[in-house]
Design a protein around this ligand. Sequence first.
Ligand code: NAD
Ligand code: 0WE
Length: 260
Amino acid sequence: MGFLTGKRAVIAGIASDRSIAWGIAQAMAREGAEIALTYQSERLAERVREMAAEIGASICLPLDVSSDEEIMRMYESLAGHWPSFDILVHSVAFAPREQLVGRYLDTVTREGSQIAHDISSYSFVAMAKYGRSMLSKQSALLTLSYLGAVRSIPNYNIMGPAKASLEANVRFMAADLGAAGVRVNGISAGPIKTLAASGVGDFRQMLQHFASIAPLRRNVTIEDVGNAAAFLCSDLASGITGEIVYVDGGFHTVGMSMPD
Ligand code: NAD
Ligand code: 0WE
């Protein structure tokens, strides 16, 4: 019997079969969870519906996280299928593309900063705020972060401060919801070639550099992240909350390395 048997999970952030959220959905389904998927826009509806069918998920709902009304509507629709749920996965980030190329102070703008923080950080809070009345007594919320939250990284720019804000939100939400039995954690993943990474100049070079330095001497996969996510959202992780778990092959632990 899978370690998520009897759990119901809502997963936001699938755009393709390379999405980290897809790795998470597959791992959670394998461990016995019932899954509901959300998709950002009608453009993605059919693809996400097909992927849902692959893992036996019958619930697929539209959700653009920039709108409180859409978040509320999503939970109203969900309530027509499930009286409550146990797991919420937020695998969503966005900054206007031009924010992610070039020197930080040259490219950052007030509007770019607001959008990055709204979609990539506040939306996790909003999803918890409007969904909390449906959360079960032993539930878990999870979001995805990146090392740019705590280290400067070329071109990641305003997404760094947005991820720092997201990680602070994990801690504040964990403090607020702990007494209700709700755990809140983040996974800080190593770089993975997904749609969100496409168009990032020299991403292949970044992946090679990463693999040459990380203790595991390889890149991480959506399966690596999916398995850690399934664990963190299961009762096996009942004592873990407010935490950022690195699924990065150990990259962030290295202070200096020598060429092999
Ligand atoms: P992805 O492009 O597959 O997923 C990003 C998702 O965000 C998409 O499904 C997109 O539809 C969704 N999204 C964007 N704006 C939205 C909105 N307004 N409303 C609803 N959904 C919206 O890429 P990914 O790499 O799987 O990214 C998922 C998460 O993982 C992000 O938080 C990202 O920052 C994080 N992450 C990615 C990497 C990496 O290298 N790929 C590393 C660490 C963390
Ligand atoms: O969080 C991310 C990517 C987030 C992202 C990606 C895009 C591309 C498309 C946010 N907004 C947009 N907007 C778009 O229009 N990652 C962790 C992946 C990533 O992005 C980088 C990285 C890594 C790693 C950008 C620069 C440097 C490294």
